[in-house]
Design a protein around this ligand. Structure first.
Ligand code: SF4
Length: 686
């Protein structure tokens, strides 16, 4: 704690850009003021509306301040002693009765690397690899494709080199102007202003469209056909990089085979975009010089999400746009520590540093440090855990996640979680998920604790506490450490977060050369394997970290979404986030500034679709899919394509995920949030 003199330097808790800011205690007890941190490495003092409002929820009256135990369906306050006893008893009873694989552990991209490292270690010591985090819901497919074809599941380049060295941007399924606001304003928009050509592929017109030279307004679920037109154009017109393909890649022939009998006109029609406009975009990217690709959840959250991202990798590899500044395949990560949460092994198939669970040599590396055996089989994903809750899964430990709002088909998620034998939730607010728990543990917020987080361009940065721990709350670090120690006696008692980070360095080579001292104020970008290295601004300079050092090209075919429109559900529902809110809204809905801007959910409806249904701007409409219905306010606008309705996931009282589809990508098991067959009608109940 440092509440005395100088404001502390820390990192914004919202998106993955990783903006720095300074904090100092406010006048009211528990309140905090922020100040610009003008030398912060990523943002140089700039903050977006979320970052500049991020202190508003920390002393909100809804903060949990005491441990709670549920008795006869009601919560009562409990001591920490009682609550921790109950947690250990509940989880150990499930283990004894059903075995360790009957419990799931949810880590969180809202907490530090050290805390997530402890959570995944606890799961494995308990005897299961059933540990996951919300990357399952956002970029699991991106990470799977990048790891498989390029050898590393992260942004290949950095915001700085993408600003300084790119001649063209290909932005597909991402909206950085609203979701990565400072990344956009300080880096990408500046590049666009300086002449970088911007191609945007997105079904929805948004603020990123304002800087786009070409906007391909694609129908949701048709990213592969549109990219295949692009790739076919590049091959037909010999715009590819022959030397790069020959020296640094394999699999080009699979792409040629895929496109041999390709019908570009049919593909353009499927995508709902003019063929010549797609070809124009292909030329603009391939002929520009350095071309950088950005990908977001519009690509990843599909049943073909892994193949979607593979097709972007194909585009980068055939044009030789990888391994140098201003190029690469760059997923923009949504949460402040979603990259780090995966880096430290909070996933069912990988250990810290992306060592493989099912590889005996990889397991041995961590077992040597941990002193216990890691289960040899991959665990369940978070969706598989909630799907099996009440049946094969009987126990759940949720740290800083809210699956009842964040997972698709959430009516079913909620019903399943009610059937668990035992559940513990650890959070700063009473979330919809915490309401279902047997024990609720009150955790500290981002202004009260310290550790490290890893941003979207792999920069490991320090977060530092500005104020004392409020009420009877505890740090996630201390809670998980205490539960581990009570359960297993040893292996979880650390002398603070830095001691955990030192252990992480031992097992995760990509973090091997990073120390708290070396991170300083600037941060270090992984991989950084020794303390002699400075970190890595862009990946894959000489070769790819794959088995043969080559990048993999793999042709992919169109796969229709799991649900397509029909007579009963004639519209395509897709979703996206808005600038002033964040994921399930637990933090942003408790901020006055952000709620002043938007305090309720809404749905964009094309004027032709509205007219056909007698819907007027501002009407409350019922949005219905095969999984349920919600009421939501209609905004009639041409920002969405005819036949497509677009809404947001941020609001608890108009909960979009009650209607989204839980069909998953077969490789990454990420759900298809972005496409569902739907219908809307004026809400007659109003
Ligand atoms: Fe925070 Fe992201 Fe906004 Fe930066 S861009 S202030 S990290 S929400």
């Amino acid at each position: 704690m440092s509440s005395e003199d100088e404001p502390v330097k820390t990192i914004c808790p919202y998106c993955g850009v990783g903006c720095g800011l300074k904090l100092e205690p406010g006048e009211e007890p528990g309140s905090v003021n922020f100040k610009p941190w003008f030398d912060a490495p990523v943002n140089e003092g700039a903050l977006c509306i979320k970052g500049s409002s991020a202190v508003q929820h920390v002393d909100h009256e809804d903060r949990l301040t005491e441990p709670l135990i549920k008795e006869d369906g009601e919560f009562r306050e409990a001591t920490w002693e009682e609550a921790l006893d109950r947690v250990v008893e509940g989880l150990m009873e499930v283990r004894e009765e059903y075995g360790p694989d009957a419990t799931g552990f949810f880590a969180s991209s809202q907490v530090m690397n050290e805390e997530n490292y402890l959570m995944q270690k606890l799961a494995r010591r308990y005897g299961t690899n059933n540990v996951d985090n919300c990357t399952r819901l956002c970029h699991a497919s991106t990470v799977a494709a990048l790891r498989d074809s390029l050898g590393a599941g992260a942004m290949t380049n950095s915001m700085a080199d993408l600003r300084d060295s790119a001649d063209a941007y290909w932005i597909q399924g991402a909206n950085p102007a609203e979701q990565h606001v400072i990344g956009h304003s300080k880096y990408f928009k500046q590049a666009a202003n300086d002449g970088t050509t911007v191609v945007q592929v997105d079904p929805h017109e948004n603020k990123t469209s304002e800087v786009a030279d070409i906007h391909l307004q694609v129908k949701p679920g048709t990213d592969i056909p549109i990219l295949n037109v692009v790739l076919e154009t590049i091959l037909e017109e010999e715009l590819y990089d022959e030397e790069f393909i020959a020296e640094r890649t394999k699999g080009f022939e699979s792409l040629e085979a895929e496109l041999a009998d390709f019908d570009a006109e049919e593909a353009a029609e499927t995508a709902g975009v003019d063929l010549e406009k797609i070809r124009e975009a292909a030329r603009a990217f391939a002929e520009a010089g350095n071309g950088a690709i950005f990908t977001g959840m519009g690509m990843s959250q599909k049943t073909c999400g892994t193949d979607n991202v593979q097709n972007l990798i194909n585009l980068a590899l055939v044009t030789g746009n990888i391994g140098k500044p201003g190029t690469g395949v760059n997923p923009l990560r949504g949460q402040n520590n979603v990259q780090g949460t995966s880096d430290v092994g909070a996933l069912p198939n990988v250990l810290p540093g992306y060592l493989e669970v099912e590889d005996p040599e990889d397991r041995a590396q961590v077992e040597d440090v941990w002193g216990f055996e890691v289960p040899p089989e991959n665990g369940l994903t978070s969706l598989e855990v909630t799907d099996a809750a009440g049946e094969e899964v009987q126990g759940l430990y949720v740290m800083g996640e809210n699956p009842v709002l964040s997972e698709p088909n959430s009516n079913e998620v909620e019903a399943n979680l009610k059937e668990l034998q035992f559940m513990v939730a650890q959070d700063i607010f009473m979330t919809e998920t915490a309401k279902l728990a047997d024990v609720v543990l009150p955790a500290t917020s981002w202004v009260e604790r310290g550790g490290t987080v890893t941003n979207t361009d792999r920069r490991v940065q320090r977060m530092r506490p500005a104020v004392d721990v409020p009420g009877n709350t505890r740090h996630d670090f201390d809670i998980v450490s205490e539960i581990g120690t009570r359960m297993f006696g040893e292996g979880f008692d650390y002398d603070g977060p830095e001691a955990v980070f030192e252990e992480l360095r031992e097992v995760a080579s990509i973090y091997g050369g990073i120390t708290y001292d070396r991170i300083g104020d600037e941060g270090i970008q992984w991989p950084c394997e020794t303390t002699e290295e400075e970190g890595t601004q862009y990946l894959h300079k000489e070769e790819f970290p794959t088995e043969d050092g080559l990048g993999k090209i793999r042709g992919v075919s169109h796969q229709p979404p799991a649900e397509v429109e029909d007579e009963e559900y004639p519209l395509v529902l897709t979703t996206g986030r808005i600038e002033e809110h964040y994921n399930t809204g637990e933090m942003s809905r408790r901020s006055e500034n952000l709620m002043r801007k938007t305090d309720h959910n809404f749905i964009h409806v094309h004027p032709a679709d509205a007219e056909a249904r007698g819907i007027e701007d501002g009407d409350v409409v019922e949005l219905r899919t095969r999984r349920g219905e919600i009421d939501v306010t209609a905004v009639v606008t041409e920002e969405t394509k005819q036949g497509v309705v677009w809404t947001t996931p941020h609001f608890a009282d108009s909960q979009t995920n009650r209607v989204t589809n839980d069909a998953v990508d077969p490789v990454a098991k990420i759900p298809e949030f972005k496409v569902a067959a739907a219908t809307i009608s004026v809400d007659v109940a109003e």
